[in-house]
Design a binder for this molecule. Structure first.
Ligand code: DP6
Length: 372
C-alpha cells in the first residue's frame, strides 16, 4: 500500500532550475457517492468514507505558476525559517483574501516538496465559470495548483514516472481540499479505501478501473444556479459536524454499500438503479446536515421545486434524468447524452424559472487536468 512517506523525496533534486512557468487547467467534479466527514485521527484530510465522482469538463480553473529562485541568504532567517513567498493574482488582479488558503496549502504540502522554500511563486488563476455562481472552486482550484507544483518537481526530477506524477498531484490536491483529489485524472474517480476497488486509497483519488457502459459516455450535467450567494455553513465546518453525529457510523457504511452497488451498474448501464443511488446520496448528504448539531439547511425552496419537477417529468416521460446536490442549493441535473435535447427543452421550459436570474451551466463528463 502507498504510504504518505512514498511522496517524500528521499534524495536531492537532480536538476537545478533558476526559473520557469507552468500552466494547468483542472476541472470541478460532482460526487455520485458523497464525501462527508473526515477521519481527523489519521492525519490531514482523510475521508471517513469512500466517494466516487464524475469529472466535469467545462467548469474549470486555469492556473499558472511562475517560479524563480530566491536569494536564500536574505529571505530565510531565524525568525522566519520558512518563508513561502508568493504573489496571488485572480483574473490578473492581486487577490489578498485568497492568500491564507494558499499559504495553508503550501504549509501542508511543504513536507513533500522541499523545493518550495527555495523559490518565489507568482500564481495567476481564473475560473471558466462565473465567480459568484455558488459553484465551489476549491476542487478545481486546488487540483490546478497541485498540478503546477508537480510540474515544477518533475522539472527538478525528470525521471519521475507518470503514475507517480498523477498520484502525488492528487495526494497534494487532497491536502488543499479533499474533493480536489478527484479532479486530477480520469472521468470517474474513486477516493477512499474500498475493499473491492483495487488501488483505492484514502490518500489520493484513482480513476475507476472497472467496466463502464457506453450510456455513461458524455454523460451530461446541467447545473441549475439556484442560489449564487455565499453558503452559511462551509463544507469544512459541515464535515466537522459528522464527529459525534448520531447517524454517522451508519452513513459511512452506506457509502461503502452504495459504491459496491454502483460497480455492476456502471458495467450494465442500469440507469434506474443508478438514479436511485445518486438521488439517495444527494438527499442523505443534506439529511446529515439537517440532523447534525448545530443543524443547518443549505437547500432553498427552489431546490425542492426543481427536485419535484424532475420527479414528475421522469415519471411522465420515462426519460432517465436525475438530480444530485453538492453542499449548496444548486441542482446538478444528470442525464445520458441521447436524451439531451428533450432534457434541455424541459429545463428551459420548466426549471429555468427556479434559477437565480435564469442561470444554468451546461457541462458533461470530462477527463481531468490538462497542461496548457
Ligand atoms: C458535499 O472537498 O469541499 O461536495 O476537504 O474540507 O475542502 P474540504 O471539503 P470539500 O467537501 C466536498 C463535499 C461535497 C461532497 C463531495 O464532493 O464528495
Amino acid at each position: 500500500m502507498t504510504t504518505t512517506n512514498a511522496f517524500i523525496p528521499t534524495s536531492a533534486y537532480t536538476h537545478n532550475i533558476e526559473k520557469g512557468i507552468f500552466q494547468w487547467s483542472a476541472p470541478s467534479n460532482i460526487a455520485l457517492v458523497k464525501y462527508w466527514g473526515k477521519r481527523d485521527d489519521l492525519g490531514h484530510q482523510i475521508p471517513a468514507n469512500p466517494s466516487i465522482s464524475f469529472t466535469l469538463n467545462n467548469c474549470k480553473t486555469i492556473t499558472s505558476v511562475a517560479f524563480e529562485k530566491k536569494d536564500l541568504s536574505t529571505s530565510i532567517n531565524e525568525t522566519n525559517p520558512i518563508d513561502y513567498s508568493f504573489d496571488l493574482l485572480f483574473e490578473g488582479q492581486p487577490k489578498e483574501e485568497f492568500k491564507p488558503k494558499i499559504q495553508k496549502f503550501l504549509e501542508r504540502i511543504a513536507p513533500f516538496m522541499p523545493f518550495l522554500k527555495d523559490y518565489h511563486f507568482t500564481i495567476n488563476t481564473q475560473n471558466t465559470f462565473p465567480h459568484s455562481s455558488g459553484i465551489a472552486s476549491s476542487a478545481s482550484g486546488m487540483a490546478a495548483l497541485a498540478m503546477n507544483f508537480m510540474s515544477i518537481e518533475k522539472a527538478l526530477n525528470p525521471e519521475m514516472t507518470e503514475d507517480y506524477f498523477y498520484q502525488k498531484a492528487s495526494f497534494l490536491a487532497r491536502l488543499g481540499s479533499g474533493s480536489a483529489c478527484r479532479s486530477v485524472k480520469g472521468n470517474l474517480v474513486v477516493w477512499g479505501n474500498q475493499a473491492n476497488i483495487e488501488g483505492s486509497s484514502n490518500l489520493f483519488g484513482v480513476p475507476f478501473s472497472g467496466k463502464v457502459h457506453s450510456v455513461f459516455e458524455n454523460y451530461q450535467d446541467t447545473i441549475l444556479l439556484v442560489d449564487k450567494g455565499e453558503k452559511q455553513v462551509s463544507s469544512t465546518v459541515g464535515h466537522d459536524l459528522m464527529h459525534n453525529h448520531p447517524f454517522a457510523a451508519r452513513r459511512f457504511e452506506q457509502a461503502h454499500e452504495n459504491i459496491d452497488q454502483l460497480i455492476p451498474i456502471f458495467e450494465n448501464g442500469d440507469l434506474e438503479a443508478f438514479i436511485k443511488i445518486v438521488e439517495s446520496e444527494a438527499l442523505t448528504l443534506h439529511a446529515m446536515m439537517m440532523t447534525s448539531m448545530p443543524y443547518f439547511i443549505l437547500m432553498k425552496p427552489n431546490t425542492l421545486q426543481i427536485i419535484n419537477a424532475i420527479w414528475k417529468f421522469r415519471a411522465a416521460t420515462k426519460i432517465p434524468v436525475c438530480f444530485t446536490l453538492d453542499a449548496g442549493a444548486n441542482v446538478h441535473v444528470l442525464y445520458p447524452e441521447n436524451v439531451k435535447e428533450s432534457v434541455l427543452q424541459f429545463i428551459q421550459s420548466e426549471l429555468v424559472g427556479y434559477c437565480q436570474n435564469g442561470q444554468y451551466l451546461c457541462d458533461q463528463i470530462g477527463f481531468g487536468a490538462a497542461t496548457l
